[in-house]
Design a protein around this ligand. Sequence first.
Ligand code: BMA
Length: 312
Amino acid sequence: MNHHNQELFHRHPKNPILTAADWPYPINSVFNPGATLMPDGTTLLLCRVEDRRGHSHLCVARSVNGVDNWKVDPKPTMPADPVHFPEELWGIEDPRITFVPELEKFAIVYTAYSADGPGIALAMTKDFVSFERLGLIMQPEDKDGTLLPRRIDGQWVLIHRPVNSTGAHMWVSYSPDLRNWGNPKLMLEARKGAWWDANKIGLSPPPIETPRGWLVIYHGVRKTASSSLYRLGLALFDLKTPERCIRRGSEWIFGPQEDYELNGDVDDAVFPCGYTIGSDGDSMKIYYGAADSSIALATASVRELLDWLDHH
Ligand code: BMA
């Protein structure tokens, strides 16, 4: 098998699948959606919607096949609530959804854009109609967070991306109660120099649980003279010790290429926050923000991603 230039992500011919024109109320753009399958098999996207002030809120879109005929909520599903949660002053962004069987609830980890910069907030929901906020769980600057679906050794597990003086790397923190977080461990470091993932990386969608480990799609940001180039890479982590990296790919696997990815409010960005996996346990639908302007869909196979990591 030729592993060179193997396409792992296949863009859907209907891309972009959701744009501002599909919204029932006036907005600027829609991008970076969290995704999940509901019990009836419907695909639910929790979309980041930027309004015409530049502030973001979250809005639900539902589709039977996960591709078209999206039904968008008639008004913001989860608006920012800066009166009760001052950290949401400038909006809420980039949700990652995890179904937590122990709680029989979905956890939504999202960016709260405070006056002191972006931090990480957590909310729980059963139905994506009402939301129970737990507030800020990581102070600024921190983002790209997600909760793992179950405790490990009695502790809840959060992947997150604080920014420090050496760069922006992925960390894991632990909590007994979802509110008090500590015991931070470095999970994956940005590379240095000319690498595509030098200096700044972050989790993209929640990790994919496989028998071989947590399969992580992460983004790397390459600063260029004209822009920031957002591309995706792969790494595998130990199931019981998620900060332990088993494999890390050297090349990126997906980057901006089509017009809707190259041109928009933020050129050259592909940014997935969610996926769904079919009943075969292998076929993925990955939903990503394209150039901070629209939502696009790519399909992939978990088996092919793992196989690629073995060879790269
Ligand atoms: C990152 C994220 C995303 C955004 C991307 C490109 O920092 O916070 O919200 O899509 O920048 O602008």
